[in-house]
Design a protein around this ligand. Sequence first.
Ligand code: ITT
Length: 192
Amino acid sequence: RQLVFATNNQHKTNEVRNLLSGQYEILNLGDIGCTTDIPETADSFAGNAELKSSFVAENFKLNCFADDSGLEVKALNNEPGIYSARYAGQRGDEANLNLVLQKMQGITNRKARFRTVVSLIQNGQRFLFEGAIEGTIRESATGGNGFGYDPIFQPDGYDRTFAEMDMVEKNLISHRGIAMGKLIAFLKAQAV
Ligand code: ITT
């Protein structure tokens, strides 16, 4: 069975493929020949996730799901939030995480959370699934796995960053893992 994941992000694709391996073949935007950079102009994760999934549903006539996600840092008024992918002005994980580290210099409240909202469009109907994980922002980056802000995010209850975990361990606790778990449960409940 195939499921279309409306993303250009190869890291997200890999994480979701790992979660759904054996159950679904995941096709991302590249796999369905969608070369458009879908505009993300909404003011929330849910709104942007719906823009991405709607674009594919309308233009490709396919059921699909999309993920909009990001890092919310308490002391930075929940920035970078929906601007996570381009916080430092353009795409680039290193520049983005360095900007967070720079803004957090001297700040003792290091609380942060990762959030994901998944939008599913199924036969014209829309569904949302959310996941979040609480943690703290490290003083410096550590670890080589994952992507984005993983090297500076330490989930509560762990002494390692997401970038020091392998994909399976991160997926078990991450915002995306939680949201995808809800999507999978929803799809399973339908498959009677
Ligand atoms: P698509 O829109 O094509 O799915 P994107 O990278 O543009 O890919 P978003 O608009 O949802 O995705 O931006 C999410 C950004 O938030 C992402 O580029 C990372 O910088 C950050 N992010 C999201 N999930 C993350 C994770 O699990 N680990 C680290 N950083 C993450």
